[in-house]
Design a protein around this ligand. Structure first.
Ligand SMILES: [Zn+2]
Length: 260
């Protein structure tokens, strides 16, 4: 039997039974590690396929192969999620792809995009922590500008109050621009702001591909919307199986945990 193991969100395999057992002994495959072999319909944590007496420790001499271990008659395409008979699907590293989705799927594999469905989505509190760090960084920058603006306003208000208002307006535009540039550049370039770097989080598209600069910029404004409606847009993450906020839904993004 050929095994596949998810390591660092990347499928590793095919592995022989001996190689797979070696990984278990070495502790690389833990009870929570996602594994797959051709008898399984989908990736599952290793613990769910262990027998009560542990993994493959007792050869089943008298027990015939259970019916569930047979190749299923149909499976879902990993791209469009529609069910297809087995003979219409192409198998690749534990995933099945239908004829219509084949080209896009293998294109992505070539580009080294990680396979969907094996991410650890980041929850509300860790994202809140990342946001807090970003807030501190931007807060310091804004304070410097506010301080300079305050001095300028104080000088100008002696001549005309209109000039002082103008200074405040320019200040507001500068602060907005800094925030937009911060979100757009860091997310477009690295997929994460410094706050998310510190919390080991990353923003990706639903299919695992990176977020472009334009999408990162759009996401900044979508996020303002999440804040305007009493932060309900942020809280939506707590009730979503992929932990999406409102701005994640609008921009088709996900926030995942990473190892670095
Ligand atoms: Zn398909």
């Amino acid at each position: 039997m050929q095994w596949y193991v998810a390591e660092n969100n990347q499928p590793v395999g095919p592995l022989t039974q001996e190689a797979f057992d070696a990984k278990i002994s070495a502790g690389t495959v833990l009870p929570e590690t996602l594994v797959w072999n051709e008898t399984m319909k989908a990736w599952a944590p290793y613990r769910t396929i262990q027998g009560p007496s542990g993994p493959a420790s007792e050869p089943a001499l008298l027990v015939p192969e259970p019916a569930a271990a047979e190749t299923p008659a149909s499976a879902n395409c990993c791209e469009c999620q529609r069910p297809f008979p087995m003979e219409d699907l192409v198998a690749y590293e534990g995933k099945f792809v239908c004829a219509a989705c084949k080209d896009t799927f293998f294109q992505r594999v070539q580009e080294g995009v990680t396979l969907p469905g094996i991410y650890e989505y980041a929850g509300f509190w860790i994202r809140f922590a990342a946001k807090f760090i970003d807030g501190l960084i931007l807060g310091v920058v804004n304070m410097v500008f506010s301080f300079m603006g305050g001095i300028m306003s104080a000088i100008m208000i002696q001549n005309s109050s209109d000039a002082a208002i103008l200074v405040q307006l320019v200040l507001f535009v500068i602060q907005m621009t800094i925030q937009i540039a911060y979100a757009t550049w860091f997310v477009g370039r690295y997929g994460r702001t410094p706050g998310k770097m510190a919390c080991k989080l990353k923003i990706i598209r639903a299919d695992g591909s990176p977020v472009s600069y334009s999408r990162a910029c759009g996401r900044f404004f979508a996020e303002m919307l999440s804040g305007i409606i009493l932060y309900i847009g942020y809280l939506m993450a707590a009730f979503d199986d992929e932990k999406r906020t409102l701005h994640d839904r609008i921009c088709d993004t996900r926030v995942i945990r990473t190892d670095v």
